[in-house]
Write a protein that binds this ligand. Structure first.
Ligand code: S3P
Length: 444
């Protein structure tokens, strides 16, 4: 047997000021959806700015395995859709890699197609809970068989005639909401979903963009969404904005490293994704937006991050859905701020690509920060600087990897991560892009 190849590692050392203007890769959430809706629409959808990270490539491969024609035209992607209900049975297992979004949204599509499919994923995805989509989707008439604990691999036998659901989400999850809506596309009648807190609304926006009837109303603190089933989805071009969750890393590095000023062009600023930027402004960050505009139905702008001495912050639990992927990098920023920060209501972080609550705490403490987990809250005692010097375990989690590499740019001692390979799931080219700003990063 061959010895396993060594995992590529990366390290960050204290950086000189970061300066320059960059763009970050396309939004991951919007990229998955553009491929999926394009595959369900009639006609050819052109996608500009699609993220070509591993996660999204898995979605592209799955939609092709289900019968959509997917090709590239220069930097654009073209998807010739099959129409709702017309996807065909895949010949083999669908491997969704590291991507929870791909797996959960696809479960909604498969549940409402009368076909047999098996989905799997990598060691991280195979640990993640799928009951949250299986439970509602079973009520459409689809059948599911999963491993113990409702984990992947998962077998799906889609419903012959999908029933429209009326479902209240037990957790504020855009993935679950989207899975229910995607199943509702091929159900006769109106599908209704209620979410306890507003979550990212890219599915709703894109459904409308492709011609479906969707109505949204406020219900208490959350929202109720209605989708009229079996619409004629028509191919529609999609321009994908820069991913705010990726922009978070160069923005954070610029805020932390003295003398820095970095502009990130064309960042998606959908208010349901912008919780981190709101929080950073509360911490005193200088983060102006220029050229605010609408692109492909989503608000975008150029974000300018200027080094600032940050103060501690108390983030309420209801803000979590609008920044759910940004807590690891926010925690790094809090460790460099003055004072004690409290990030509240983070139970969902335990079921991300890794247990991000404990892994984020470990990332900080191995680099000299004082951190506590109290219930679902993360408490960080910031002292204005960090010694660094740690080797961070990244647990197959791209956002932990990038957060650690930002930390190392601002700490006294270099920081190393055990595995850099997962960065490509969401941010291909992260290391050279940060190097182009002057960051002291190296990867092997
Ligand atoms: C996503 C929703 C969020 C987020 C994930 C992308 C989406 O997950 O963490 O990275 O595109 O719908 P949850 O729905 O589990 O909160």
């Amino acid at each position: 047997m061959n010895a396993p190849s060594p995992r590529p590692y990366a390290s960050a050392k204290p950086s000189r000021p970061l300066t320059g203007t960059i763009s970050v890769p396309g939004d991951k959430s919007i990229s998955h959806r553009a491929l999926m809706f394009g595959a369900l629409a009639v006609g050819q959808t052109r996608i500009t700015g699609l993220l070509t990270g591993e996660d999204v490539l898995r979605t592209a491969a799955a939609m092709a395995a289900l019968g959509a024609e997917i090709s590239r035209d220069g930097d654009d992607w073209l998807v010739s859709g099959r129409g709702i209900g017309a996807l065909t049975e895949p010949e083999d297992v669908l491997d969704m890699g590291n991507s929870g979004t791909a797996a959960r949204l696809l479960a909604g599509i498969l549940a409402s197609h009368e076909l047999y499919a098996v989905m799997t994923g990598d060691a991280s995805l195979r640990k993640r809970p799928m009951a949250r989509v299986i439970e509602p989707l079973k009520q459409t008439g689809a059948q599911f068989l999963a491993r113990a604990g409702n984990r992947l691999p998962l077998t799906i036998r889609g419903a012959r005639e999908s029933m429209p659901l009326s479902y209240r989400l037990p957790v504020a999850s855009a993935q679950v909401k989207s899975a229910v809506l995607l199943a509702g596309l091929n159900a006769r009648g109106v599908t209704e979903v209620e979410e306890p807190e507003p979550t990212r609304d890219h599915s709703e926006n894109m459904l409308r963009h492709f011609g479906a009837r969707v109505e949204v109303e406020r219900v208490g603190r959350g929202r109720g969404i209605k989708l009229w089933g079996q619409p004629e989805l028509c191919a529609a071009d999609v321009v994908v904005p820069g991913d705010p969750s990726s922009a978070a890393f160069p923005v954070a590095a610029a805020l932390l490293v003295p003398g820095s000023q970095v502009t990130v062009r064309g960042v998606g600023l959908n208010p349901l994704r912008a919780g981190l930027f709101e929080t950073l402004r509360e911490m005193g960050a200088s983060l102006p937006v220029q050229n605010a505009r609408t692109q492909g139905g989503e608000p975008v702008g150029d974000l300018i991050a200027i080094h600032t001495t940050l103060k501690a912050v108390d983030v309420p639990p209801e803000r979590a859905p609008s920044m759910i992927d940004e807590y690891p990098i926010l925690a790094v920023l809090c460790a460099f701020a003055q004072g004690t920060s409290r990030l509240r209501g983070l139970s969902e972080l335990r079921v991300k690509e890794s247990d991000r609550l404990s892994a984020t705490a470990a990332l900080l403490s191995v680099n000299g920060a004082r951190v506590e987990i109290e219930g679902d809250d993360l408490i960080i005692h910031g002292t204005g600087g960090l010694p660094g010097g740690g080797v961070v375990e990244t647990h197959m989690d791209h956002r932990l990897a990038m957060s650690a590499l930002v930390l190392g740019q601002a700490s006294t001692q270099p920081v190393r991560i055990d595995d850099a390979s997962f960065i490509d799931t969401s941010f291909p080219g992260f290391v050279p892009l940060m190097q182009s700003l002057g960051a002291g990063l190296s990867a092997q």
